[in-house]
Design a protein around this ligand. Sequence first.
Ligand code: CDP
Ligand code: CDP
Length: 226
Amino acid sequence: TTDKIVVAIDGPAGSGKSSVSKAAARRLGFSYQDTGAAYRALAWYVAERGIDTADEAAVVEALRDFDYAIGIDPDNYFVRVGGIDVEEAIREPRISAIVSSVARILPVRAYLVELFRHVIETSDTPGIITEGRDITTVVCPDAPVRILLTASEEARMARRSAEISGQSAADVAKNLLSRDAQDSRVVDFMNAADGVTVIDSTDLDFDQTIQAVVDLIDAQAGESAS
Ligand code: CDP
Ligand code: CDP
């Protein structure tokens, strides 16, 4: 069939979801959708407008003129709000610190879930990899390929520390753990749902992890097409 191959990937912070999904998509000629970027962009936007994330009604209200755009071509990735490039700004510690409090607001999730599905439906490549926390369970529970990408806490902290400068390893670890704990109250991304394949990247290097994901997509997408 010519049906588009939908790939869903979830996992905790630092497991390698974004970098691995982007590289696998590039290798397969697929699109790549980073859903965490949408939650981060909304957190950036409400902060910009001086809205306290504890004021849930005000955050939901802000969705009305949240003008969000993301690039799903792995070779042309961008994140914009109101035409402003926020790709770097949304990774700042001040945004990481508030993003969970935006993501726990259920009308926000409902709104973004619809947006993610629309992006998947309107993508025009042979397949699309979408990664986040609730893609295998909520956004695309029927996707032919569903993966939970994990790694030991130690490995995840080490990977993140290596990326972030200007923050001590202890601070990076503390922030990551508290974000995972907050996020876990809203969606379970630590345990694989029925039918979801776990790829544990603790002992895999970056290329081996990409290969494991690509192999699984080749195997499972082929299976569901026949
Ligand atoms: O890359 P990292 O693991 O740091 O996080 P991210 O994927 O950029 O996601 C940022 C935040 O968005 C998470 O901590 C969650 O609060 C939220 N998120 C979510 O609730 N559901 C998703 N599908 C993706 C992200
Ligand atoms: O999106 P998520 O928070 O799950 O992770 P990421 O930002 O894609 O990955 C965090 C870092 O881990 C990146 O710098 C990757 O290159 C690195 N990584 C690694 O060193 N070994 C792996 N097997 C997978 C990712």
